[in-house]
Design a protein around this ligand. Structure first.
Ligand code: SF4
Ligand code: SF4
Length: 262
């Protein structure tokens, strides 16, 4: 048995979990697996290829509601879990988080604080392709950038796979489904697609972990995760690192440099 499988077995034996959300071998890359019986533990794997953000399942009530869950958390899943704790979406007593320590060992995190501490000491994994795309976009003029996104987003057919893949999109009713008033037109079209993505990105300001799952889920390959990446950069530049006291759109500081706050 691997180190991970042993730890998960122990969690089941001590009745600390009823369900474990992890990865198993997939056809091309590791895929999510939901283990509720000890016999299935042997399918679990956890290595550098396990990069999908499994934290998305932690707010799915049909899956984890009323259960004690364990999870294999990649770097970005840990970031999402820390944010979900800050937003009171998770309870420490119902969750066991396994990640990879600085020494490359499977580590059981005891608390949200310990996860946050680990994140401050661990550099994010390299994302070379995304860095290249960001560099290209930064080199564009505003009108070239507008042209790029108009072109890309005109392909969107509103399947909302980007929303389903995101751990932070957990509202029971999304703004795109509200029709009194109708904030975002339900059909696909260049303007309404822009409206959808602008809304999505604004709602994720200061909350996005930069995991890239939204872009990876898009069946048309639209690099929408770069939009949230740029938003995260801009939030950090203007408001600093998240401090666990809410997100940038739901809090304010009396010493904010903008005058309208006074
Ligand atoms: S917006 Fe995209 S990159 Fe950000 S947390 Fe959601 S899925 Fe991950
Ligand atoms: S996943 Fe892609 S096609 Fe589907 S709504 Fe999101 S951007 Fe549009």
């Amino acid at each position: 048995m691997s180190e991970l499988q042993n730890k998960v077995k122990e969690l089941f034996e001590k009745n600390e979990i009823d369900l474990f959300i992890g990865y198993e071998k997939g056809t091309r890359k590791p895929r999510p697996v939901f283990v509720s019986k000890k016999e299935d533990i042997e399918n679990l794997i956890f290595d550098d290829n396990c990069s999908g953000n499994l934290a998305v399942y932690l707010t799915r009530k049909d899956l984890v509601g009323g259960k004690k869950a364990g999870i294999s958390a990649s770097y970005y899943a840990l970031k999402s879990i820390a944010q979900l704790f800050d937003e009171n979406q998770l309870k420490e007593e119902n969750l066991r988080v396994l990640g990879i320590s600085k020494e490359g060992k499977v580590k059981l995190f005891d608390s949200a604080e310990e996860i946050k501490q680990h994140l401050t000491e661990t550099p994010p994994p390299a994302k070379l392709e995304d860095d290249e795309l960001v560099r290209k976009m930064d080199a564009m003029t505003p009108s070239e950038r507008w042209g790029f996104w108009t072109d890309e987003l005109s392909k969107c057919f509103k399947c909302y796979a980007c929303r389903s893949a995101c751990p932070m999109c957990y509202c029971t009713k999304c703004i795109v489904e509200v029709n009194r008033p109708q904030w975002v037109q339900p059909w696909a079209g260049t303007i309404s697609n822009m409206e959808w993505q602008i809304n999505r990105v604004m709602h994720l300001a200061g909350r996005c972990s930069d995991c890239g799952s939204c872009g990876a889920a898009c069946p048309l390959g639209i690099p929408i995760h770069i939009l949230t990446h740029k938003m995260a950069e801009s939030v950090k530049e203007n408001f600093g690192e998240a401090d666990g006291n809410g997100n940038v759109l739901s809090t304010f500081k009396p010493d904010d440099k903008e005058n309208f706050i006074h």
